[in-house]
Design a binder for this molecule. Sequence first.
Ligand SMILES: Nc1ncnc2c1ncn2[C@@H]1O[C@H](COP(=O)(O)OP(=O)(O)O)[C@@H](O)[C@H]1O
Ligand SMILES: [Mg+2]
Length: 474
Amino acid sequence: MTSDKITGKNLRIGIVGGGKRCKTILEMFQRQRPPKVNASVVIVADPDPESPGYQYASELGIDTTTDLEAFCERRDLHFILDLAGARDTIVPLLVRKGSEVPVLDAVASNLLYDVLNIQKELINTRRFLRTVLDSIQEGILVISPEYEILRVNEPLLKKLKRPKEEVIGKYCYEVLYGEDSPGGPPEGLCPVAEVIKTHRPHHTRHTHLDKDGKAIHHAVSAYPVMENGKVSRIVEISRDITQETRTQEMFLEQEKLTSVGKLAAGVAHEINNPLTAVLTNSMLLLEELPENDAMYEDLKAIADETLRCREIVRGLLEFARQDVPAKVESDLNKVVSSVVSLVRKQFSFKDITINQDLADSLPKVNIDKDQFQQVIVNMLINAMEAIERNGEIQVETSYDEQGHTIRLKIKDTGHGIPEEARLRLFDPFFTTKDTGTGLGLSISHGVIQRHGGSISFESQVGMGTTFTVTLPVV
Ligand SMILES: Nc1ncnc2c1ncn2[C@@H]1O[C@H](COP(=O)(O)OP(=O)(O)O)[C@@H](O)[C@H]1O
Ligand SMILES: [Mg+2]
């Protein structure tokens, strides 16, 4: 028999001896055919039909015989394994079949058994490695020094939304960045190129936009696998740190607000007393001056401007007063309608109507009513100022069962918020108004945050703005 025949199609094997080893070999063939061996066992012979290998073979539907004579009759075998290792079988076997097909005696058969066993272990190790790689939630790539992807784990495939076949064998820059050469990611160094160059691990961060335009942040680490002093593979591990980064940004924002708040409180306290003195004195003087006095207008201007300063200082103190809210279980609808009835008249002078669409049987929320009234007043006044004259404000409440939250929306038909203002809207002192303090929204933001809620807005320049406050239900 030539080796050509052995590597050819389906090698038929006959086994003599139905012991444990026979069973193990059958199991191996059953579970996973050893790679590169296209073979199957077609007959098992043993004088004892109760032997485990014999039994298992008949369960699998493989021919079995207790008669060595009958075994030798088979003309279709490509080779024979003698697992019995007894003189009374090997001799007649060799005499009868030795000239037709190779007969592996017990020693050689055991050797083959060991080889198959090692292969089995190899396969198990590979399978284990794959399971380990797939259980790690980080994305893992094994890349060749030629930038070819050799391995990828399941979590990364899921993130890439691609089948394995579209990734393995492709270049990493193609798959990850849609580039046609290894220039690296647009905003930084390519970690794979760095590892190839330096032979050292490389860590970096990547930011790209998802299909909705939201920033996705990744921490990427690439490690060299060294063989004979050369980088033979690069293992790249990437972790989605978007959530962490966002929390960090929010934290920084909060820090900024807190320190500005402290500063504001200090300044406001200092200014408050002298301001009060200026104001009271100018008021007293005003009362004593006749209205046609030459100084009357000037003095009035002083009093008015001082009043305005007082407003700003009051706002600053408010902003700095990051009180723990005195929360009580409340009906948000009631808070909303009391504020609306308070401002309705004032707004109607400017031909601005306020419509309310308040959800029936809204679950209760835990809020500090005073602070919330102020938040709603702030937002309504902002809406009014954005409309200037003639428009509509819609106030809505609703319950989001899934999120277990309550939503308050304030929509206006005002001038909207230009792109360049959007990022800074909640910054303290950010204002686009001549007489604004820029504190309304930052105070509101703080109040809502201390209630465990959030505030966001959508706006179209020239069309209007909608502010949405979300609050957790009790
Ligand atoms: N409903 C709105 N429509 C358009 N712009 C708004 C609206 N609400 C707030 N803004 C913008 O946000 C800025 C900051 O608001 P705020 O913190 O209340 O301070 P202020 O009202 O004193 O300017 C405003 O100056 C305005 O440019
Ligand atoms: Mg305001």
